[in-house]
Design a binder for this molecule. Structure first.
Ligand code: ZN
Length: 140
């Protein structure tokens, strides 16, 4: 079951520049940096009342984030819902006719299991499900 919005993913060209904006203009504090080699991105997280903002900077032109920025520019890339059962969540979406980008969850940032729904099936919003990896300490 979906429990809450976990985070919004935002594609940016430069983490350093964007983190400065979030810290100086909005007064938020970056709480966590992490590189995710599987996704070819560097990330920075902000906690906004329990919902996180995940800034994503591509580390390679082959990164899907690099391709997104090239096509659509910087901006909101995805919405992530925390689920208590990511496998069941994917099965439910699939049964409802939604195309999945990942049939099997993989390890994303902050040690979470993540999987994405295809934006063509979700009315234009790239949608992520995430849940803490069983046995992992909750980082967020
Ligand atoms: Zn995400």
């Amino acid at each position: 079951m979906i429990q809450r919005i976990d985070h919004l993913g935002i594609a940016v060209r430069s983490l350093a520049e964007t983190v400065k904006y979030y810290e100086q203009a909005l007064g938020l504090k970056c709480e966590h940096y992490e590189e995710v080699p599987s996704q070819k991105v560097k990330t920075a997280f902000f906690d906004v009342g329990g919902v996180h903002i995940e800034l994503l900077e591509p580390t390679s032109p082959e990164s899907t984030i690099a391709q997104f920025i090239e096509k659509r520019g910087e901006g909101i890339h995805h919405i992530a819902f925390a689920s208590d059962d990511i496998t069941g969540q994917l099965a439910g979406a699939k049964n409802a006719g939604v195309k999945l980008l990942h049939e099997v969850p993989f390890e994303g940032a902050a040690g979470k299991l993540v999987a994405f729904l295809h934006p063509k099936s979700t009315y234009g919003v790239l949608t992520e499900f995430c849940m803490p990896k069983p046995g992992a300490a909750a980082a967020h």
